[in-house]
Design a protein around this ligand. Structure first.
Ligand SMILES: NC(=O)c1ccc[n+]([C@@H]2O[C@H](COP(=O)([O-])OP(=O)(O)OC[C@H]3O[C@@H](n4cnc5c(N)ncnc54)[C@H](O)[C@@H]3O)[C@@H](O)[C@H]2O)c1
Length: 432
């Protein structure tokens, strides 16, 4: 099948490489010339495990090419997958300008009976607007569908090759049949629904996961007041099959490129359809306030940040990615610097300078190449993200015996007992 992906970001590149690996003829299209030039040389402009090898293989096999030219990418495509970004607009709703711009650009080149699939996360009603836009520019018959993406950064290749399910939102049997055939090699359960249900399913999944994180953070706050330990609570409730042991992450709240924006968008969408008093408003508000609230708590505990040497470990929003969108460090480091702390940060993959497009790092901030350099002589170690390089580090090696040193473990990854025995003052989340 000839398949074109519009938008070669995280979702577009991973999906393009995976669909090419099934023997399809895949083209990746983007308006970002630098990105396409890099992908043409098999260089992925971000870190995602296993992706570069897969990409290279498919390019060598001749199944995968990249272009910035709409005519080249669209004219022979049987299936066109739109995977452009859908950031939040200032009012919180999904900003669909890239979806609409790409629909307009593809319309003039679309062939008879092609299927335009929206893979980006969009609210119900979007597919109809895409259809309208395309119809203003072409007389050929075409179909539309919604196939939301559920991959996770850091395990995106594996998630795309082995999805828990594929959700296909469409209205015509022909479309279901073509898209089922396209997804057959995945051997995954296929859920066939209306487009609006497919779009809502994506928001529902992310809002539910974000709610779980917010929920356990609220419990952690109570534990800190009453002597209970949130990790004990998770171990205790996890045996209940209705609840489960997985996906409990007490900490600084949810971040990344999807959860904050999707919850915000669901809240704004609910308000736009007069469902004003909705849970998603509250989840969003609690999460937005989480970092300032915890940072204040930490500041009180360590007796202020001013003049302190602080090691910040983990800049990405989670391990195994260099994505810093809505990462805790991006909110915490500026506060520490504004309070005149001296920061040394470490991350195995993410780069503070590249993310903020800085010539030089801020005054009083240095990004080090190793954990050891970051924590040397630190008054406070702030462990934010559970990269293996950080969690497997032996902090007894760098403990300065005649110095008071705080270890702040915001993901409860370390043994309080061990660190205290080494002489650190320890502070975790939901642990007294
Ligand atoms: N990143 C994730 O983990 C993830 C997971 C599931 C779903 N999603 C959803 O998938 C969508 C894409 O997310 P992403 O993280 O891949 O975005 P991204 O920002 O990494 O990439 C989007 C790409 O679209 C390109 N683009 C924008 N306008 C274009 C146009 N008119 N024509 C061609 N290309 C254009 C941009 O240049 C960019 O390369 C979003 O709706 C997101 O919510 C993301």
């Amino acid at each position: 099948m000839n398949v074109t992906f519009i938008g070669t970001g995280f979702v577009g590149v991973v999906s393009a490489a995976v669909y090419a690996s099934f023997g399809n003829n895949v083209i990746g299209l983007d308006v970002d010339e630098k990105k396409i030039a890099s992908l043409e040389k098999s260089i992925v402009p971000f870190y995602e495990p296993r992706l570069e090898n897969l990409l290279k293989q498919q390019q060598l096999n001749g199944n995968l090419t990249f272009t910035t030219d709409y005519a080249t990418a669209i004219k022979n495509a049987d299936v066109i997958m739109i995977a452009v970004g859908t950031p939040s607009a200032p009012d919180g709703q999904a900003d669909l300008k890239y979806i609409f711009a790409s629909s307009e650009s593809l319309a003039a080149h679309i062939k008879e009976d092609a299927i335009v699939v929206v893979k980006s996360t969009v609210p119900p009603g979007t597919l109809e607007k895409v259809e309208e836009i395309i119809k203003t520019k072409t007389k050929v018959n075409f179909f539309t569908a919604s196939v939301p993406e559920f991959l996770k950064e850091g395990s995106a290749v594996d998630d795309t090759l082995h999805p828990d399910r594929v959700v296909i939102g469409a209205t015509s049997p022909e479309v279901f049949s073509v898209l089922e055939k396209l997804h057959e090699p995945l051997n995954a359960p296929i859920v066939k629904v209306k487009p609006a249900s497919a779009q809502m399913a994506k928001y529902t999944a992310n809002a539910y996961l974000a709610t779980r994180i917010t929920f356990i953070n609220q419990i952690a706050d109570l534990c800190e007041k009453n002597g209970a330990d949130v990790d004990d609570i998770v171990r205790a409730i996890g045996w209940d099959k209705r609840i489960g042991k997985h996906y409990w992450y007490p900490g600084l709240g949810y971040g990344g490129s999807c959860f904050p924006k999707d919850v915000k968008e669901l809240a704004a969408y609910s308000r736009a359809i007069n469902e004003n008093d909705n849970l998603f408003n509250k989840i969003n508000e609690i999460n937005e306030n989480r970092i300032p609230k915890l940072l204040q708590k930490i500041e009180n505990k360590v007796d202020g940040f001013e003049g302190k040497n602080i090691a910040v470990l983990g800049l990405s929003f989670k391990p195994n990615t260099d994505d810093m969108r809505e990462a805790p460090a991006t909110r915490i480091i500026p506060v520490l610097l504004s309070k005149e702390a001296k920061v040394k940060s470490f991350d195995p993959m993410a780069s503070w300078k590249s993310f903020f497009r800085l010539e030089n790092l801020e005054e009083n901030h240095e990004q080090t190449k190793t954990v050891e350099e970051a924590v040397a002589q630190a008054d406070i170690i702030l462990s934010l993200i559970e990269w293996p390089e950080i969690t497997s580090f032996d902090f007894s090696k760098t403990r300065v015996s005649n110095k008071s040193q705080w270890f702040i473990d915001v993901r409860n990854q370390f043994s309080k007992k061990n660190l205290e025995e080494q002489g650190y003052k320890y502070l975790g989340i939901g642990r007294s």
